[in-house]
Write a protein that binds this ligand. Structure first.
Ligand SMILES: Cc1cc2nc3c(=O)[nH]c(=O)nc-3n(C[C@H](O)[C@H](O)[C@H](O)COP(=O)(O)OP(=O)(O)OC[C@H]3O[C@@H](n4cnc5c(N)ncnc54)[C@H](O)[C@@H]3O)c2cc1C
Ligand code: FES
Length: 509
């Protein structure tokens, strides 16, 4: 045992983490009165310094992508981390805080022996992988089949439009959700196959190679298929979509600095790609129907500022839809429905996704192909759905949300309920988006709001804007306000009066 004197009690703030360091060791200290706890200093997801996050209602929230950990035992409460925090023994000697550099033994997980059930998970992306891991975490001892048509185990697809297209990371270097040893050690059987039909009455999956797999319960987590535009010329070469590593590889192979690219769609993926491709020195035009991108989610003022940011970096916006693509074998012109003709050596279509649910009987599907589930993500006895494909009740409204962290929240919730927990989704949706070196956080879910309250400087992209209805905060969009958004990601689980939010955010600086 090596103890390190790392702080004096009076210098540790209450209600906020503190970064401590001694020799090569680093910790996060959290004080509660005369008690101090020590945890690993960096988030197990992508290494964020946890002292920059927030302490809220007995939980610690990561500043970057808002993973949540219980301060009692470091247990994981909310993804995108899929592991809890290591804890370290702490001693107080007078007011000196001493920390051991060897972590406490994690609580041993036990899985129920003799469980003869087979749970099938279709789709090994964000929701499916989180669900498989959570089933073992919650003690399931039966078989887990994780069926995915892709050979590669689940990986962080959010990096594709940010760092891969910018040339800062190879597609194959995007972080795996779990290393390959994890699947073996947790007895998660990865099966590479497309599921072409779910015969749920017979509790059987039919795979593309003709084999069938029986199951007791199934979780559908198949994500989205990029929408096609349905216009002439769409099959020409060098018209791309972006969903997978392979899509990103294809795009990278066919483009280079100077390539003239037209991006169709001014949503998050389209504009993240615009930012990345400008950084790679391409000439980028964006065609989309909305003059102010993101206005529906962030409000007009923030949307206008983001458009300005893109224009200042040379992105050219065209407010129009696509009528046709022209070219011999390869696209050379994008014809817009306002009469404009945009020269293009490559096109990226980022016009949204449709739920990948062709394998499921229509009786469980809504008009848009989403699986209709209850608040516990169940569609029918033994049938569950999670992530991009699930239409679930949120604040009384059937909602489908395409966010990474939410897909993982869904996966964990579905796993608990497959084991009989009967929990409803009570999480707070969150996503982040990245443009020209600036990360924006969006916490909550607001379709319409009656007031906006901004703190900070929007022009300098250092601000937080609260979207409120009848004096309650429904959502927030922010840049450079990580701690405040971390606090909101937990606090918004309960109704939040505007006055409380303003006071807390002001106190957080
Ligand atoms: C380029 C890009 C950037 C993004 N950036 C962000 C971001 O910054 N922040 C954010 O919050 N969200 C972001 N998202 C959205 C986020 O990635 C999705 O919401 C999330 O991946 C949804 O998880 P999922 O598990 O539902 O689906 P997925 O992660 O897509 O996983 C679905 C899996 O199902 C498999 N599958 C599909 N059909 C079948 C079948 N028939 N048989 C077997 N397997 C099948 C697929 O191969 C895939 O592995 C981004 C998405 C993309 C594409
Ligand atoms: S680094 Fe903590 S959630 Fe991503």
């Amino acid at each position: 045992m090596t103890l390190h004197a790392v702080a004096h009690l009076p210098e540790l703030p209450e209600g906020q983490g503190w970064h401590a360091q001694a020799q090569d060791h680093q910790w996060l200290l959290v004080r509660n009165g005369s008690r101090v706890d020590a945890y690993q200093a960096h988030c197990p997801h992508a290494g964020a310094p946890l002292a920059d996050g927030a302490v809220c209602e007995g939980k610690l929230v990561c500043p970057w992508h808002k993973a949540v950990f219980d301060l009692v035992d470091g247990r994981l409460c909310e993804p995108p981390a899929l592991d809890g925090l290591k804890r370290y023994p702490v001693w107080l000697d007078g007011d000196r805080v001493l920390v051991d550099d060897r972590p406490l033994e994690p609580a041993q997980r036990s899985t129920a022996a003799g469980d003869r059930r087979t749970f099938a998970i279709i789709g090994g992306g964000a929701a499916g992988t989180a669900a498989a891991a959570a089933l073992r975490e919650y003690g399931f001892g039966g078989r887990i089949l994780l069926v995915d048509e892709q050979f590669e185990p689940g990986y962080d697809r959010t990096a594709l439009s940010k760092f891969v297209l910018a040339g800062q990371m190879a597609a194959e270097d995007t972080s795996p959700l779990r290393d390959t040893g994890f699947y073996d050690s947790q007895r998660i059987e990865r099966i590479q196959a497309g599921v072409v039909r779910i015969d749920h009455p017979a509790r059987r999956l039919e795979l593309s190679d003709g084999t069938t797999l029986p199951y007791h319960a199934v979780l559908l987590a198949t994500g989205g298929v990029p929408q096609r535009l349905g216009v002439e010329g769409e099959a020409l070469a060098n018209i791309h979509a972006l969903r997978s590593r392979e899509d990103a590889r294809q795009f990278m192979t066919h483009t280079q600095a100077g390539t003239r690219v037209v991006i169709v769609g001014e949503g998050f993926i389209g504009l993240e790609a615009a930012s990345a491709l400008r950084e790679r020195g391409m000439a980028v035009s964006v065609a989309g129907r909305h003059p102010t991108p993101f206005a529906a989610q962030f409000g007009e003022a923030v949307g206008r500022r983001l458009r300005q940011l893109h224009e200042a970096h040379g992105v050219v916006f065209h407010v129009a839809g696509v009528q046709a693509f022209e070219g011999q074998t390869q696209v050379h012109t994008v014809m817009l429905d306002n009469g404009e003709q945009l020269p293009a050596e490559a096109v990226l279509v980022a016009a949204g996704v449709a739920p990948a649910t062709a394998m499921l009987d229509g009786r469980w599907l809504g008009e848009d192909g989403a699986v209709i589930v209850d608040a516990g993500l169940q569609a029918s006895e033994g049938l569950w759905a999670a992530g991009d494909i699930a239409r679930f009740p949120l604040a009384g409204e059937a909602t489908r949300i395409e966010h990474w962290r939410l897909a993982e929240q869904h996966g964990r919730l579905a796993a608990a309920n497959m084991l009989g927990a009967q929990q409803a989704y009570e999480g707070v949706p969150f996503f982040w988006t990245y443009h020209f070196g600036k990360r924006l956080d969006y916490v909550g879910n607001a379709h319409d709001w009656d007031s906006e309250h901004r703190m900070g400087d929007l022009q300098a992209l250092n601000f937080i804007q609260l979207l409120c209805q009848r004096g309650e905060v429904k959502a927030a969009v922010a840049c450079e306000r990580e701690a405040a958004c971390a606090w909101l990601a937990e606090r918004l689980k309960r109704p939040l009066p505007l006055a409380e939010a303003l006071a807390q955010i002001k106190a957080m600086g």
